[in-house]
Design a protein around this ligand. Structure first.
Ligand SMILES: CCCCCCCCCCCCC/C=C/C(=O)SCCNC(=O)CCNC(=O)[C@H](O)C(C)(C)COP(=O)(O)OP(=O)(O)OC[C@H]1O[C@@H](n2cnc3c(N)ncnc32)[C@H](O)[C@@H]1OP(=O)(O)O
Length: 289
């Protein structure tokens, strides 16, 4: 299977060509390149100044993407991304206001939970977007990302009330909120062909810190919930019962925590590869043996 990556970008318009080049299907479910892949830098657009040729190339590339995607899908995605940016902005403002008024994080989750649940649940559409092919993200990458968030919102924080005032909840809420404002505004500006460089920069740099912070918040929250779950036996099914099945939510949570070990690095490295591609114009091409 794919053994190595090769950087290739033509001079001048190379950066935009580099960005538009998409790697062939991934050999591993969560990764867009094989694990052994090495990438070299094709060209740099880190300073955001590529000259007129590149700008013209960017416009052609954007027009090409719009044509391929179709008008209706582009209009829907623009609406979706604007709505999501607005939703997470409302959430950010509500959190800042709460903290400024109350001077504590206690009660914060309760005050913002409705907005959080609505917009995070709405994000399930991201899996649909991948499934119907209107965004190029892998269904698995989007699926793991979105389902772990839905799980945290509904099956952990919403369901286990005693943990709602934990500092760890604030940790992941802040990481999610900053990430999503940046991410959805990046998609919106990209779709409108007016992407400010700092938004692009933020999209592909903030995650370096925010991803581990968010994951730490999530893991600590689940960890804090464990004694309560064990004591109450919530969401668990004990034998004997007429279906002859048993389920222990406590062990399910332990397995979920353990699953972060293989899954999170894959998501993180996926983002690092996206970063190299978009900010440094690298082309990651897999070669078959
Ligand atoms: C049942 C229980 C399950 C539990 C499972 C447990 C295991 C979980 C382990 C992992 C846990 C993760 C938890 C998450 C925590 C946090 O989020 S913490 C906060 C920090 N988080 C982040 O920084 C998130 C980073 N992740 C992402 O950005 C995404 O989720 C992603 C799916 C990984 C993004 O990948 P991808 O889409 O491939 O990257 P992009 O570069 O953004 O986009 C690629 C192309 O797709 C286009 N696109 C994507 N979405 C849209 C859209 N909505 N609208 C328009 N276009 C979109 C994008 O423009 C790119 O297009 P091209 O330019 O043509 O390439």
């Amino acid at each position: 299977m794919g053994r190595l990556t090769e950087a290739a970008a033509a001079a001048g318009g190379g950066a935009s060509a580099a960005r538009s080049a998409r790697p062939p299907p991934a050999p591993l479910p969560l990764s867009s390149t094989s694990p052994g892949c090495a990438a070299t830098m094709a060209s740099s657009e880190e300073d955001g100044t590529n000259g007129g040729a590149s700008e013209a190339g960017d416009e052609r590339e954007a027009a090409g993407k719009r044509r391929r995607r179709g008008l209706l899908a582009t209009a829907w995605l623009t609406f979706y991304n604007i709505a999501m940016t607005a939703g997470w902005l409302v959430l950010a403002i509500a959190m800042v206001r709460f903290y400024m008024e109350k001077g504590t994080h206690k009660g914060l989750y309760k005050s913002i939970q409705k907005t959080l649940k609505f917009f995070q649940t709405f994000a399930l559409l991201e899996i649909v977007h991948c499934l119907i092919g209107i965004v190029p993200t892998s269904v698995l990458v989007a699926g793991v990302q979105v389902s772990s968030r839905i799980f945290m919102v509904w099956l952990v924080t919403h369901s286990i009330k005693p943990i709602q005032n934990e500092e760890s909840v604030v940790l992941f809420l802040v990481a999610w909120t900053v990430t999503e404002i940046t991410r959805y505004s990046f998609y919106t500006f990209s779709l409108l062909d007016h992407l400010p460089y700092f938004v692009k920069w933020a999209r592909y740099n903030f995650f370096i810190i925010l991803y581990p912070v968010g994951v730490a918040g999530e893991l600590l929250t689940i960890y804090t919930a464990l004694p309560y779950v064990r004591k109450t036996g919530m969401f668990s099914i004990r034998l004997p019962n007429k279906y002859n099945v048993s389920f222990d939510y406590y062990y399910f949570l332990l397995i979920t925590m353990a699953s972060y070990i293989p899954l999170f690095p894959q998501l993180y490295f996926h983002m690092l590869r996206q970063r190299r591609k978009v900010l440094h114009g690298e082309v990651i091409v897999e070669k078959d043996d």
